[in-house]
Design a protein around this ligand. Structure first.
Ligand code: PEP
Length: 250
């Protein structure tokens, strides 16, 4: 049985005050460990959010990292810095960075390796554009993103991995993949992962869905056999809606 993970991606939202209040409300609302819960605030709030959830069941994640341990990389943050700030998770390859900022696959591959080697759990995002889905290229796109982004991982890194399937056309649009669409893609990802890293690793791999998940559509998606959680954007910015999704995962 893979335990479900619900992770909130706060993107570039919240102030120091609202981040603290949101983190405290989420921590209060998660009263057991039936589901793994993480919140991923903007970089400047990592420390204060880590303090706010200290002693609770809620983990903290970052939304990005660099692959270098340190160096002359203005504006970047290393995996070790994230660990020192209290992070357990880091998101790598979110579409807003892949497509919005043009981060290439080989760069993401270095980030995955560096973050996992430092001891972070990596939420590695993959997903097709609407035009790619309509052209029937979804599997080809995902195959490439997985092969390039996860090339050459150590067994240790594989064990720290979560894949987030986030169809780009569903992120922040209100359009959610149908449960059947999500299940089909998740099963494909698991099959591809087995080719690279073996059946046992593929069966242990958590694969979360992301794309307009809300409390009222979460349960049906999360019920699919290969859907092991959700990466939640918009609905993670309000404690009530985020906790509603956490409850739907139980
Ligand atoms: C995301 O940012 O990863 C995401 C899935 O956003 P939303 O839930 O708003 O579609």
């Amino acid at each position: 049985m893979r335990k479900k993970l619900i992770a909130g991606n706060w993107k570039m939202y919240t102030t120091a005050a609202t981040a603290k209040a949101l983190a405290e409300a989420v921590a209060r609302g998660v009263t057991d460990n039936a589901v793994t819960v993480a919140v991923c605030p903007p970089f400047p709030w990592l420390g204060l959010v880590a303090d706010a959830v200290k002693g609770s069941q809620v983990a903290v994640g970052a939304q990005n990292c660099h692959y270098a341990a340190e160096g002359a990389y203005t504006g970047e943050v290393s995996p070790q810095m994230l660990l020192d700030a209290g992070c357990k998770y880091v998101i790598v390859g979110h579409s807003e960075r892949r497509h919005g900022l043009g981060e290439p696959d080989r760069f993401l591959n270095r980030k995955v390796k560096a973050a996992a080697a430092a001891g972070l759990k990596v939420i590695f995002c993959v997903g097709e554009l609407l035009a790619e889905r309509e052209a029937g290229e979804t599997e080809e796109v995902l195959w490439f993103q997985l092969a390039a982004g996860l090339n050459g991982l150590s067994p240790e890194a594989v064990s720290k991995l979560v894949i987030a399937y986030e169809p780009v056309w569903a992120i922040g649009t209100g359009k959610v993949a149908t449960p059947a669409q999500a299940q089909a893609v998740h099963a494909f990802i698991r099959k591809q992962f087995a080719v690279h890293y073996g059946e046992a690793a593929a069966q242990a791999l958590p694969i979360a869905y992301g794309g307009s998940v809300k409390p009222d559509n979460a349960a049906e998606i999360l019920r699919q056999p290969d859907v092991d959680g959700a990466l939640v954007g918009g609905a993670s910015l309000k404690a009530d809606s985020f906790l509603g999704i956490v409850r739907a995962a139980v």
